[in-house]
Design a protein around this ligand. Structure first.
Ligand SMILES: [Ca+2]
Ligand SMILES: [Ca+2]
Length: 443
């Protein structure tokens, strides 16, 4: 009887990690996600009553912080998405992954993009960008679940919604307006509220696949000061000046949720974050870790930011296949960016937490960094000089139940080999427009 009770208690305590995806909203109707939504135990859905009295009415699977509203994702916008985005993004993703395209795929791309007149090309590109942002939080959640299938996903929506630009007319949504809206949310304390919510809902992890574009703000600011064509050095200097004003705000977010590990994408400018800081990736805290992107396990992605002192680890982020919203609720597409590398690390961290729920965020971070595959090509690029190793990190998590974290890391290192460095296939393409889109469409 005693044994039975112990077994029962042990089984009860082994709980899957709670993971917040702080992003553009997550489509939990997707077949790959619908069993994985975190559910607020204190809230009755749809009764228009704030049952748990946390100031948020019907916050069942998360909260929409942009609109202060329970709806996290607007599936009805799918009717305004042109279905051409699916095959186009598939072809572009294949190119980003270095694949050689079939003649049919090349012809398809030429007919639907390459051979179009300039204004229509811009319109298609705007539509692809819209769809990628619309899908972002759904794709990111899928990547978390690939590494941690039992994780419970909470959606914290922080991206302002933009209606899709009509297809294929040339009307484009203004990125400057969008930046101002995000900026407003940073300065009005929205993200601090996100931090408080992560704390209230006991999130083990929070994935931040986002960056406030300080270079864009720097250009605007220098323009207002009469410098309309600044040099890269002038931009970097202005970015550093602006970053210093943002940093205390970021520290507040992380301090608001001390039991949550914040996993933050390093950014996609191909630049050194030690020289030109990225917000919030550069915010240093015991409960934050920043992530660069690699091409498979082989090389640093060309677009990825890095930083010997400011970016902690690397993980795969090129042509990552994951869930995207679609009418049939089953679509998957490849996407590239540090936005895809961060949730890889978030998912691994969720597995480590499952192995030992007693681990604190700083210990999770230490395990992720201490169990990497060290690479010469990541030396001087990330603090740990390495790529996150899921199996080794999980083993260190398990061992840490019975020994100190450092001893667990050392033991895991002797037992799990590095992941094989398979060289990517780098086929050529004769389509310059495709190459250009493959470089531009990173998230
Ligand atoms: Ca509530
Ligand atoms: Ca309710």
């Amino acid at each position: 009887m005693k044994t039975f009770i112990l077994v029962f208690l042990f089984g009860f305590s082994a709980q899957a990690a709670n993971v917040a995806v702080v992003d553009s909203g997550t489509d939990f109707e997707h077949a790959l996600l619908n069993a994985s939504a975190w559910t607020n135990p204190g809230e009755i859905p749809g009764d228009r009553i704030d049952n748990d009295r946390n100031g948020k009415v019907d916050d069942v699977h998360g909260w929409n912080f942009v609109d202060n509203f329970h709806r996290l994702f607007f599936r009805e916008h799918l009717s305004r998405v042109n279905p051409i985005v699916y095959p186009l993004l598939r072809v572009i993703g294949q190119r980003q992954g270095g694949e050689e395209l079939s003649p049919q795929d090349e012809r398809f791309f030429q007919e639907n993009y390459g051979s179009l007149p300039e204004p229509r090309k811009r319109a298609v590109s705007a539509h692809l960008n819209y769809f990628a942002m619309y899908s972002h939080g759904t794709h990111v959640a899928g990547v978390v679940l690939q590494q941690s299938p039992d994780a419970k996903i909470m959606s914290a929506r922080v991206f302002p919604d933009q209606p899709p630009p009509p297809y294929p007319s040339a009307a484009e949504a203004g990125p400057v307006d969008w930046i101002y809206r995000i900026l407003g949310m940073v300065t009005n304390g929205t993200f601090q509220n996100v931090g408080q919510y992560l704390n209230e809902t006991k999130m083990d992890l929070a994935n931040f696949s986002m960056a406030i574009s300080l270079p864009m703000i720097a250009r605007l600011s220098l323009g207002l000061q009469g410098n309309s064509s600044p040099s890269p050095e002038e931009i970097a200097k202005e970015v550093r000046r602006i970053y210093v004003q943002f940093e205390p705000e970021g520290k507040k977010w992380m301090a608001a949720a001390p039991d949550t590990l914040f996993v933050v994408a390093a950014g996609n400018d191909g630049l050194d974050n030690d020289i030109q800081p990225v917000f919030p990736a550069n915010v240093r805290a015991d409960n934050a870790i920043s992530v660069a992107a690699t091409h498979g396990f082989h090389s640093l992605a060309k677009f990825s930011n890095y930083g010997a002192a400011s970016v902690d680890v690397a993980a795969p982020g090129v042509a990552v296949l994951s869930s995207v919203p679609s009418l049939d609720r089953r679509a998957e597409l490849p996407m590239s960016g540090t936005s895809m590398a961060a949730p890889f690390v978030t998912g691994v961290a969720a597995q480590v937490k499952d192995e030992n729920p007693a681990l604190k965020p700083a210990e999770l971070r230490r395990i992720l960094m201490g169990t990497v595959d060290r690479k010469d090509w990541l030396q001087g690029k990330v603090v740990s000089s390495g790529l996150v190793n899921p199996e080794r990190a999980a083993l260190a998590g398990r061992l840490s139940r019975d020994m100190g974290v450092e001893a667990a890391i050392a033991a895991a290192k002797t037992r799990v080999a590095d992941q094989p460095e398979v060289a990517p296939r780098l086929g050529a393409s004769s389509l310059p427009e495709l190459e250009e889109l493959a470089v531009q469409l990173v998230f």
